[in-house]
Design a protein around this ligand. Structure first.
Ligand SMILES: C[S@@+](CC[C@H](N)C(=O)[O-])C[C@H]1O[C@@H](n2cnc3c(N)ncnc32)[C@H](O)[C@@H]1O
Length: 226
């Protein structure tokens, strides 16, 4: 209905303008809040990392963690999660007997959270979370490596893994496959999918050498790379 009086029309116009202004303020407010969360909680530690290597935090799904562990279960040697976030993979690895288990994480808030989770789980003294840049850690003594990183950094990661990991080491990559390596096992669907790779120092870029090799993981359903 149209307002009858000029006074009413003016009031209505003011209310409408206030509504639009309120909307604008809400949008600016949430933008500012998101920026504050980014600067205070997510960005610390990343200042020294080139922009193209920065990977934001997204926790692995419960299924994803389960698949990572299925592909690593029973393996000896040190297990590391590169970019360990809140520590869920490291803690789950420790729980299923993969020891020692440790995480490298650049964000100090997440390292603190992971340590808190470890303390609450009663294994603070048995797992380690290091506030360190994964690109600066030498992986020569790591036999089981878990990664859940952005596709943009995976080509560079392949080179690092191939150069540093010992013969027979296994890498499991969550959600995104390593771009050129041939997986020995693939588990799960969609966002929960995990790929396993075995490192053979004689062959290029994690390719499995010909012959009856470690082309399967006991107990794990395998499917071709995809
Ligand atoms: C997608 S999250 C995965 C977190 C955890 N691995 C999980 O599966 O729940 C990637 C993590 O890597 C961390 N990260 C990214 N770049 C890093 C770097 N250069 N050194 C150490 N951690 C890094 C991020 O802070 C983030 O916590």
């Amino acid at each position: 209905m149209e307002p009858d009086e000029p006074g009413e029309a003016l009031t209505e116009l003011r209310e409408r303008r206030l509504g639009a202004l309120g909307l604008l303020q809400a949008a600016a407010g949430s933008g500012l809040a998101a920026y504050a969360v980014w600067v205070l909680l997510l960005q610390p530690g990343f200042r020294a990392v080139p922009l193209r290597l920065q990977v934001p935090y997204v926790g692995a799904s419960a299924r994803q963690v389960e698949h990572v562990l299925t592909l690593l279960r029973g393996r000896p040697g040190k297990t590391v999660d590169l970019g360990s976030g809140d520590g869920r993979i490291v803690l789950a690895a420790h729980r299923c007997g993969l020891r020692p288990a440790l995480g490298y994480e650049l964000n100090p808030w997440l390292v603190g959270l992971a340590r808190l989770h470890a303390w609450r789980a009663g294994c603070a003294g048995s797992v380690r979370f290091c506030c360190q840049d994964l690109w600066k850690v030498n992986l020569r003594d790591c036999h089981n490596v878990s990664v859940f990183l952005a596709p943009s950094v995976l080509p560079l990661l392949e080179d690092k893994l191939q150069a540093e990991l010992p013969e027979g080491a296994r890498v499991v990559s969550g959600r995104f496959p390593l771009p050129t390596w041939q997986p020995v096992a693939v588990l799960g669907e969609g966002l929960d999918r995990v790929w396993a790779y075995d490192v053979h120092s004689g062959s290029p870029a994690g390719q499995v050498p010909p012959g009856p090799s470690s082309a399967s993981v006991p107990g794990a359903p395998t499917s071709p790379a995809g």
